[in-house]
Design a protein around this ligand. Structure first.
Ligand code: DAT
Length: 179
């Protein structure tokens, strides 16, 4: 059976992406709770379903098995209603998502969050450089239609509340347009 597309999903799928520490998991959990959607933490799926080829000790990260990950996730997302939370976005099929939010954080804010998380200096530097270079934002713009990608600030609690509110309004509009 062909996969469902935006036209046949009864609820939208939302991708929350950004450099580690920008607030994806916290924001995704809030959105899922506020809208009664399913929060899919892709990092957890990668580990629990072993969707990796190997582990990169130096960077304390996994080398993904993209095909396995997509196969595992396809049935989870096909009916819609998912908030997908991951620090990368280019491996997902474009048709999965109706909205892509790229969370951004200032350098000092990210430094503090990653330090609190006990990241090694190397991993912290790598992620801060990625944020400064806008790696995830570029990746999102290259992978999805321009009009569905929104870059938003995630430095403060007020930012986060505003982002959740914005998604609530967007979902309400989506429902009206996709009765
Ligand atoms: P990510 O999933 O992107 O790695 P997270 O949701 O785990 O990030 O957040 C990292 C830490 O920063 C966590 O302690 C919650 C805090 N945080 C995230 N977004 C925030 C925001 N907009 N304002 C204040 N604190 C935030």
């Amino acid at each position: 059976m062909a996969s469902l597309t935006a036209k046949t999903r009864s609820l939208p799928n939302i991708l929350i992406t950004g450099t580690p520490g920008t607030g994806k998991t916290t924001t995704s959990a809030d959105i899922a709770e506020a809208l009664n959607l399913k929060h899919l933490n892709v990092g957890d799926i990668v580990k629990s379903e072993k969707c990796y080829e190997s582990r990169d000790e130096e960077f304390d990260s996994y080398i993904l098995d993209d095909d396995k990950l997509i196969d595992e996730m396809e049935p989870m997302v096909e009916d819609g209603g998912c908030v997908v939370d991951f620090h990368s976005c280019e491996m997902f099929p474009e048709r999965w998502f109706d909205l892509v939010l790229v969370l951004r954080a200032n350098t000092e804010v990210l430094f503090d969050r990653l330090t609190e998380r006990n990241y090694s200096e190397k991993k912290r530097e790598e992620n801060m450089t990625a944020e400064i270079m806008q790696v995830v934002a570029e990746e999102a713009r290259e992978s999805y239609a321009e009009e569905i990608v929104h870059e938003v600030q995630s430095n403060t609690v007020e930012d986060m509340e505003g982002n959740v509110e914005r998604v609530k309004q967007w979902v309400a509009a989506w429902k009206q347009n996709n009765p």
